[in-house]
Design a binder for this molecule. Structure first.
Ligand SMILES: Cc1cc2nc3c(=O)[nH]c(=O)nc-3n(C[C@H](O)[C@H](O)[C@H](O)COP(=O)(O)OP(=O)(O)OC[C@H]3O[C@@H](n4cnc5c(N)ncnc54)[C@H](O)[C@@H]3O)c2cc1C
Length: 469
């Protein structure tokens, strides 16, 4: 079946493309979504097997914007949403080679064994540390050392950076990867003051800080969301349809999309195109526009490899209670895993009775060479670390490894150049829109907000077109 005349083409059936398609359809704009793979969801992947419900990509959505809850309701999923049990709020950071609960109040911080007295004093001094005034771009490591001291970097931020980006704190850029931190310093002169005074402004804008945002999933895992969006998009979704070429049409405009669907080449005309794939895919996409576009630099964006190792154990084989969200592991502690999520304490029905499930990540910028090891070796190295950290003994009752050769883009120093290029490309090639994790933030919530935002921009663009109906 050929796509409807004048629909908007969406390349990529990850959460960004699906959200954009769903929002456009609700606005009355016909869409055709091309997904190269045989399923929707992109890196989201929930699998129920052997009594376990495993998540290999993201585990939860953070509700940082009202648009996220709205999408869930509009997709008819309010009744399937699952919020974690209150006891699952506890987070651990490894120190002295054991998981230590992260403090959740100022008093808790000052009595916590997580930091030495020296680090606690450094926090008290933070409001008096002068702003950086030369306007230079800093890495998150430099920023934290300057404002809070090295101990905060080595024992807290390094672990956090591994948990979010699987990244290197000496390379990740503050304005690109942690823009809110840079803004707090610029605006309030201090992170602590900004934390206190910024809360009022966020409330006014309807935003929630990432550390306070409610997290959630669905009864059958995160895959429920892409599957529901796909169902609502109906025949507009084409699976096994990798887009291989784009060409801008002469005036009055529009785009020709060439795709290989189930091995057959097809051409279709569209009024606009949203590219919601990956940065390295964009670098290789032949795009024939009226002016030559500079796409090759996107190949430089690093996506380090990550392996997700999901393991089930008998409850009695794990000494630690594993009640909470999970544990982050700083590099300085000398373990191979980047961190672990206590998946079965987060949501019910993730493991059979009397068992628990742990989701561990290996690789990233810290140890990229480990991620591609064969699954039995990965399981063995994860079990070794879990033995020390959580008192795990005995063999796993369930194991499943998924390898992401290119997992998460690194918003490293200089990333602003790529974002500027994306803005330039949209200006040079009207009707081509770029959205998703490589542009608007790497989290699932960022990708959803990016999908909603690009749908608004496309609607506005179409309204301004002469042949708009
Ligand atoms: C291991 C891992 C753990 C994560 N954990 C979390 C977490 O706990 N919390 C969180 O918030 N975020 C997490 N993330 C990040 C988050 O999942 C992603 O940022 C988000 O899902 C990206 O969605 P996307 O649609 O932009 O991209 P993707 O999910 O990458 O989707 C892109 C899609 O485009 C398709 N495509 C590409 N090129 C073409 C083409 N030429 N033609 C047709 N289709 C094409 C691909 O097949 C793919 O389906 C994690 C990511 C990974 C990899």
């Amino acid at each position: 079946m050929s796509p409807p005349e004048h629909s908007v083409a969406i390349i990529g059936g990850g959460i960004t493309g699906l959200t954009a398609g769903f929002c456009l359809k609700r606005k009355g704009v016909p869409v055709t979504l091309y997904e190269a793979g045989h399923r929707v969801g992109g890196v989201i992947e929930s699998i129920r097997e052997e009594g376990y419900l495993a998540e290999f990509g993201p585990n939860t959505i953070l509700e940082t914007s009202p648009r996220i809850g709205q999408l869930v309701r509009d997709a008819g999923l309010a009744g399937r949403r699952l919020d974690p049990a209150p006891e699952a709020e506890a987070r651990y950071v490894v120190r002295y080679r054991r998981p230590v609960a992260m403090p959740d109040s100022p008093l808790g911080f000052f009595t916590s064994p997580l930091f030495t007295a020296k680090a606690k004093l450094a926090l008290l001094r933070e409001p008096f540390v002068p702003r950086r005034r030369d306007g230079g771009e800093e890495s998150i490591a430099e920023f934290v050392i300057r404002r809070l001291g090295r101990e905060f970097l080595d024992h807290a931020i390094d672990a956090l950076v591994a948990g979010v980006y699987a990244g290197d704190p000496y390379k990740l850029s503050v304005p690109q990867a942690f823009p809110k931190l840079g803004q707090l310093e610029a605006r309030y002169g201090s992170l602590i003051k900004g934390q206190i005074f910024g809360a009022r402004e966020r409330k006014r804008r309807g935003e929630v800080a990432k550390d306070r945002a409610p997290k959630f999933s669905f009864d059958e895992g995160l895959q429920v969301l892409p599957d529901a969006l796909r169902e609502r998009l109906g025949e507009s979704v084409r699976l096994n349809a990798g887009v291989s070429r784009l060409a801008q049409r002469p005036a009055p405009g529009g785009w020709t999309v060439q795709a290989l669907q189930d091995g057959r080449e097809m051409l279709a005309e569209h009024r606009a195109v949203i590219y919601a794939g990956t940065a390295y895919g964009l670098a290789q996409m032949p795009i024939q526009a009226r002016v030559p576009l500079s796409l090759a630099p996107f190949a430089e964006i690093r996506y380090p490899p990550v392996a997700s190792v999901v393991l089930g154990f008998r409850r009695e084989d794990v000494a630690h209670p594993c009640q909470g969200f999970g544990m982050l592991i700083p590099k300085i502690e000398g373990f191979k895993i980047l961190g672990a999520i206590f998946s079965s304490s987060l949501f019910p029905n993730r493991a059979p009775a009397g068992h628990l499930m742990l989701t561990c990540y290996v690789g990233g910028e810290r140890y990229p060479e480990l991620a591609s090891k064969p699954p039995p070796e990965l399981v063995a190295l994860v079990c070794e670390d879990l033995g020390v950290l959580l008192g795990v003994k005995g063999k796993p009752t369930y194991q499943h490894v998924v390898f992401y050769p290119r997992a998460i883009p690194q918003y490293n120093l200089g990333y602003g150049r790529y974002r500027q290029l994306m803005t330039d490309i949209e200006r040079q090639a009207p009707g081509l829109f770029l959205a998703g994790h490589y542009r608007d933030g790497v989290s699932l919530s960022d990708s959803i907000v990016s999908g909603c935002g690009v749908a608004d921009r496309v609607e506005e663009y179409l309204r301004a077109q002469p042949d708009s109906d």
